[in-house]
Design a protein around this ligand. Structure first.
Ligand SMILES: [Zn+2]
Length: 404
């Protein structure tokens, strides 16, 4: 199994929880309280439960997308400290390795969202975007770690202006804002998504036509206790640090704060990554209605969209000009070039968007990484497919990689 999307998708069998059915399911009977033999026979560890579907249904393989694709959500580099302490753009693979996968999968361009800041951004631009301007647009990130410096607000805005002048194509905001960034380093309270210190930065992004790709909050289940009712029980048990239950603002508060930011800066375009809140498409539709400057992107949410195929299809139809294709691909440096992003990654997205296949896996893992369900294709019309795959991103970026 490949390692793509490992931060969001991977779940380890070792960390999976054991929920014994026998302890909960006791049939009431004359000797209630004494469990019957059938109950104990059902006490199968959850991680060992691997049911195979008996449905005889159509299975379509979609090795290439019907139209060229701009993958708006990838992480080709991350900011890391080099051995000498300098900020570097760390990559697991070379542009050439990525290009091979892209050509095989009909991916015209990959947007590298985590281009970083300062010298790391410079390196990301030099290694990825400049030699391949049609294939790897690079986004800049706010320099959050300078929060304790005087004039922080101006520093952020100035750095984004510098990034725009250096050629960055957009701004990426990690969920750091709202869930990790604190006053006074690690000690203080969380900084709100709509903190006014970011206002000059949002304005600069708008002035330079840099779309702001913003990840706010996380799956709704991450804000609930990791108990037997949690639909992402196994995922959270494998990654306890992904839980935001307890000392964190609730999802709704984070969403409302982002909505206020988008309304306060109407000349800046914002892209709600991961469909903003993929479990609640009514809410996302409402946000899109209220904010003409908002787009959404679908990375790592094919599992959510695909388990509500009728609502999703309507969502794609109603918002066809403002949805971007994205995968949240994280390259894996440990496997062969063909497997860098997982051969299956793109095929699953294409199958979901292009076919009406039923009840198929949304990730190539023994245990579904996000939750124990399967998905259904939405079989989008060609005109919508084209927009979602390519046209919307090209228009938003003011940039057409296929235009010679
Ligand atoms: Zn991502």
């Amino acid at each position: 199994m490949s390692n793509w999307n490992r931060r969001e998708w991977m779940t380890g069998v070792a960390g999976a929880a054991v929920v014994g059915a026998g302890s909960e399911i006791v049939e009431a009977g004359p000797e209630a309280g004494e469990s019957k033999s059938t109950d104990t026979e059902c006490a199968l560890a959850l991680k060992d439960f691997q049911p195979r579907s008996m449905l005889k249904v159509k299975e379509t393989r979609v090795p290439r997308s019907r139209f060229p694709v701009i993958d708006f959500h990838t992480h080709l580099t991350f900011v890391r400290r080099g051995e000498d302490g300098s900020l570097r753009a760390k990559a697991e693979i070379t542009p050439e390795q990525a290009l091979k996968v892209m050509d095989a999968k009909n991916v015209a361009a990959m947007v590298n969202l985590t281009g970083g800041y300062g010298p790391a951004l410079e390196e990301a631009l030099n290694v990825w975007q400049k030699p391949h301007p049609k294939r790897f647009p690079v986004f800049a990130e706010p320099w959050f770690s300078r929060i304790q410096e005087a004039n922080y607000s101006q520093i952020l805005a100035d750095e984004i202006e510098k990034a725009a002048k250096a050629g960055a194509k957009g701004v990426k905001v990690l969920k750091t804002l709202g869930l990790f960034l604190r006053e006074r380093g690690k000690e203080g309270p969380l900084v709100a998504v709509d903190d006014p210190r970011f206002d000059p930065m949002w304005e600069v992004a708008g002035a330079y036509n840099l779309p702001v790709a913003i990840h706010t909050s996380d799956p709704l289940a991450f804000f609930l206790p990791t108990d037997r009712f949690n639909e992402r029980q196994e995922e959270l048990s494998a990654h306890p640090d992904w839980s935001f239950y307890g000392d964190f603002p609730p999802d709704q508060e984070l969403q409302e704060a982002r909505l206020r930011v988008m309304k306060r800066h109407p000349k800046t375009t914002f892209v709600g990554l991961h469909i903003a809140v993929a479990e609640d498409l009514d809410f996302v539709s409402k946000c899109l209605d209220e904010c003409p400057n908002m787009f959404v992107e679908m990375g790592a949410r094919v599992g959510e969209l695909g388990r509500q195929p009728r609502r999703s299809k309507r969502f794609f139809e109603e918002n066809q000009d403002r949805i971007l294709f994205g995968t949240d691909a994280v390259p894996n440096g440990y496997e062969t070039p063909q497997q860098i992003f997982g051969e299956e990654l793109y095929e699953i997205y294409y199958r979901f968007l292009e076919t009406d296949d039923e009840y198929f896996d949304y990730a190539p893992a023994e245990i579904p990484p996000q939750g124990r369900w399967r998905i259904y294709g939405v079989d989008l019309d060609e005109s919508i497919l084209k927009k979602v795959y390519y046209d919307n991103a090209a228009r938003l970026l003011g940039w057409d990689p296929l235009d010679a």
